[in-house]
Design a protein around this ligand. Structure first.
Ligand SMILES: Nc1ncnc2c1ncn2[C@@H]1O[C@H](COP(=O)(O)OP(=O)(O)O)[C@@H](O)[C@H]1O
Ligand SMILES: [Mg+2]
Length: 398
């Protein structure tokens, strides 16, 4: 089995290692400027670089390059390691007729307009939305749906480029400024509420494993205003947890995810208490969610995904035994180059972030109350010890 991994950012080492351990031949395509990153070279059979001058990864070049590679490599699977690699992987699969999700299906995991429509058609509640295409339709939306709204890029991530809008005049000004880019955006009602994420392992269209977590503050508020990002698991088996498990399964079914992993988000509206579908993806969630989830369950999403991709034809995937502990993570930008978190020394601390100008911890315990208690007190201490606020970039940085 030969697995071709595609990564336009440095990530997925755990996936690469696990693929190799499953006995696969593992190839990586990444950008020349990521050549010096600590890729797990001892677990890679070859690395191919997209040259610096092709920084946006022209699709035609990529197809030709990978087809050239395919003259001598029998590529069985093509796996995108970052969200932005999904379309590339799909286009390559379509061209080389490699099994897995093609252009149409991948679109439901990358295009927020497509996923909105698909969810709505399946009867799943979504915030009122409208494409930024026809101005008369957009105008009618602003008349019918009360502000505030959010204007968001259809295919970005990490709250990049999302704007909260309070009135129609502001909207039209932004739309005008966007010019020819406007059709790559959608507008939707801002639904105030608590934001949850459900991270799943899917095999043969079935959700075999899913864990529900709630963000302490909405990611948009953290991205726009800075501060501490935190999320933690919720009590198992409660009505709240069951409802999220249920709507997550409905979303995965509606989007037609065949197999792999998914990070899917929901808003529980303050107004009516209902769950609204926010967004889905066919990847491991960012912000070290994989490490947090491993701390409570013992299961690593990258590793399980690799096992699924590396399955020989005819073999079936079985989920390993999992623990039902609790865990939470807090992360923030730090004023210090190498912030010292050693004073955060409760035995529940199971992971510390090692990244310049960042501070981060994961805590785990059989008790949810203990996890929440630690997160609350650590968050307060983080503001005092580390937090630095930096304006959100217009373009993704990592
Ligand atoms: N319709 C909405 N109502 C309320 N908050 C929203 C809405 N859409 C987005 N947000 C906020 O923006 C954040 C990012 O939006 P999302 O659609 O998840 O895009 P991404 O995470 O890919 O940047 C959400 O976590 C939430 O805080
Ligand atoms: Mg999101």
């Amino acid at each position: 089995m030969t697995v071709l991994c595609i990564a336009c950012y440095f990530k997925g080492n755990e996936f690469i290692r696990a693929c190799k351990q499953q006995g696969c031949r593992v190839l990586l395509i990444t950008s020349q400027h990521l050549a010096d990153e600590p890729w797990p070279r001892d677990h890679l059979d070859a690395i191919h670089y997209v040259p610096e001058e092709d920084e946006d990864w022209d699709l035609d070049n990529l197809i030709k390059g990978v087809s050239y590679l395919a003259r001598t490599e029998a590529i069985d699977r093509i796996v995108p390691l970052d969200d932005y690699d999904l379309e590339k992987a799909a286009a390559l699969r379509e061209h080389l007729r490699v099994p897995g999700m093609g252009d149409t299906r991948v679109r439901y995991f990358r295009d927020k307009l497509a996923m909105r429509q698909q969810a709505q058609e399946a009867g799943i509640a979504v915030p009122a939305f409208v494409p930024v295409v026809n101005h008369e339709v957009l105008h009618a939306f602003t008349q019918q749906v009360p502000a505030p709204w959010v204007l968001k890029p259809r295919s970005a991530a990490s709250a990049v480029g999302i704007k909260k809008i309070r009135e129609a005049a502001q909207l039209w000004q932004l739309v005008e400024e966007l010019g020819d880019e406007q059709s790559f955006y959608l507008l939707e009602r801002f639904v105030p509420g608590d934001i949850y994420h459900v991270d799943s392992i899917v095999y043969d269209r079935q959700v075999l494993f899913a864990r529900v977590h709630r963000y302490a503050d909405p990611p948009m508020a953290v991205a726009h205003e800075g501060g501490v990002f935190a999320t933690h698991s919720i009590e198992y088996g409660t009505d709240e947890e069951q409802a999220l498990q249920h709507i997550n399964r409905e979303v995965i079914r509606a989007m037609g995810l065949l197999h792999g992993v998914s990070h899917t988000e929901f808003i529980q509206a303050h107004e009516d208490g209902r769950l609204y579908f926010l967004e889905t993806s066919a990847r491991v969630g960012g912000a070290n969610i994989a490490e947090m989830l491993e701390a409570s369950s013992g299961l690593n999403l990258w590793r399980e995904w690799a096992k699924i991709e590396a399955l020989p034809p005819g073999a079936a995937y079985t989920l390993p035994a999992v623990r039902d502990d609790h865990s939470g993570i807090l992360l923030s930008l730090a004023r210090q180059f190498h912030p010292d978190t050693s004073a955060y020394d409760d035995p529940e601390v199971v992971w510390r972030m090692e990244k310049d100008y960042h501070a981060g911890l994961i805590v785990a315990s059989p008790s949810l109350d203990r996890v929440k208690e630690l997160l609350a007190s650590y968050t307060e201490r983080f503001y005092h010890d580390f937090v630095a606020v930096q304006p959100l970039p217009d373009k993704p940085t990592s």
